[in-house]
Design a protein around this ligand. Structure first.
Ligand SMILES: CCCCCCCCCCC/C=C/C(=O)SCCNC(=O)CCNC(=O)[C@H](O)C(C)(C)COP(=O)(O)OP(=O)(O)OC[C@H]1O[C@@H](n2cnc3c(N)ncnc32)[C@H](O)[C@@H]1OP(=O)(O)O
Ligand SMILES: NC(=O)C1=CN([C@@H]2O[C@H](COP(=O)(O)OP(=O)(O)OC[C@H]3O[C@@H](n4cnc5c(N)ncnc54)[C@H](OP(=O)(O)O)[C@@H]3O)[C@@H](O)[C@H]2O)C=CC1
Length: 292
């Protein structure tokens, strides 16, 4: 899907639903984050995008400005607590405050867990769990200090049956889900809602990090036998971030084509052990039936 597609796709959300609201999308330069930012622009939000790559952010910023949004872009890494602090100071300075934080930045690399080295484990956990926490905490402190209501939507993954070959990200996302449930209670007195969206396999630029074989498994990894697209996730994010979802907190919304129930994505390709061959499968003796 292109920016132009996202600028036109129908949406269930009401025009003007985010009028006067400031929305921060991490990883807003590409994929799901970029689609969500386009949706928020169409709903009249003011936008803040952050990510590491200034070029990607600038390109997304230009697209949002064309849609009429007031947008600022900030190149930084969510892994640095100092950079997160600076980001929030810049947001307050430039936009006067924040209303919704979308923690979408994240990623991983595929590797058998038995081979993951400490540096790689730490890189993934630091981005997906620690970085997300620094952003959540900075937002909550801001809302507490200015006595303003707030809302957080964290993008995780449909991890419910484990995620072989990406154990580090599975562990980190599980951490974010339970962190979110925890602070949804702690921060309710501050009028802050916290929810997660758990995507299944969603066709984005991020797919480029995986082999052809892995990508083929992604498109067969749920009962619909197809991948979702970034708009599917953008709409779920906007719904949970909107006042329409005002009585929902501590929840995780799966947008996964049913992958919780059936399907097996393999980030490095399916190991031979898991190849199924029903034609040659032998039943245990006591289950054999005589066919007349
Ligand atoms: C059972 C039902 C399941 C249902 C379905 C569930 C959902 C399925 C989801 C399916 C598809 C998912 C897709 C996506 O998530 S797409 C979006 C994602 N985008 C990315 O993943 C971005 C790509 N990755 C990265 O940018 C980086 O890897 C990362 C952010 C994770 C780390 O960045 P950093 O810059 O800190 O790290 P370095 O590159 O410097 O590396 C640090 C050490 O990490 C190790 N490493 C890194 N890459 C690899 C690799 N390819 N293989 C092995 N090890 C790696 C390594 O130790 C690095 O240190 P050294 O370089 O010193 O060795
Ligand atoms: N596509 C899918 O099937 C699924 C995706 N997800 C998750 O959804 C999110 C969006 O993924 P998607 O859009 O597909 O892929 P992308 O790779 O396009 O998006 C990841 C974004 O995260 C940003 N990012 C990564 N590390 C950092 C960091 N340290 N600091 C700031 N920004 C960072 C990247 O920006 P930059 O390069 O500029 O730093 C990039 O824009 C990710 O968390 C991903 O893991 C979850 C399940 C499935």
């Amino acid at each position: 899907m292109s920016d132009d597609d996202f600028a036109q796709r129908p949406t269930a959300l009401r025009e003007g639903a985010f009028a006067g609201k400031v929305v921060l999308v991490s990883g807003g330069g590409s994929g799901i984050g970029r689609a969500a930012a386009i949706l928020f622009a169409r709903l009249w939000a003011r936008l803040v995008l952050c990510g590491r790559d200034a070029g990607k952010l600038e390109s997304a910023g230009t697209c949002l400005a064309r849609l009429g949004a007031d947008v600022s872009t900030h190149a930084m890494s969510i892994r640095s607590p100092e950079a997160v602090e600076t980001l929030f100071a810049e947001v307050v300075d430039r936009h006067g405050g924040l209303d919704l934080l979308v923690n979408n930045a994240g990623g991983q690399f595929a590797q058998a867990s038995i081979d993951i080295r400490p540096k790689g484990w730490n890189a993934v956990v630091d981005t997906n769990l620690n970085g997300t926490f620094y952003m959540m905490q900075a937002a909550a402190r801001h809302w507490r200090d200015v006595a303003r209501p707030g809302c957080i939507v964290n993008v995780v993954a449909a991890i419910w049956r484990g995620m072989p070959q990406v154990a580090h990200t599975c562990a980190a996302r599980a951490g974010v889900v339970f962190l979110s449930k925890t602070v949804a209670t702690e921060w309710a007195p501050l009028n802050i809602r916290v929810n997660c969206v758990a995507p299944g396999t969603i066709r984005t630029e991020g797919f480029g990090n995986y082999s052809r074989e892995a990508r083929a498994s992604f498109s067969q990894a749920n009962p619909t036998l197809r991948t979702g697209d970034a708009w599917d996730i953008a709409q779920a994010i906007a719904y949970l971030g909107s006042d329409t979802a005002g009585f929902i907190t501590g929840e995780t919304l799966n947008v996964d084509g049913g992958s919780q129930n059936w399907g097996d994505p393999w980030f490095l390709g399916r190991p031979e052990y898991f190849e199924l061959n029903y034609a040659e499968a032998r039943l245990p003796e006591n289950l054999e039936v005589q066919v007349q």
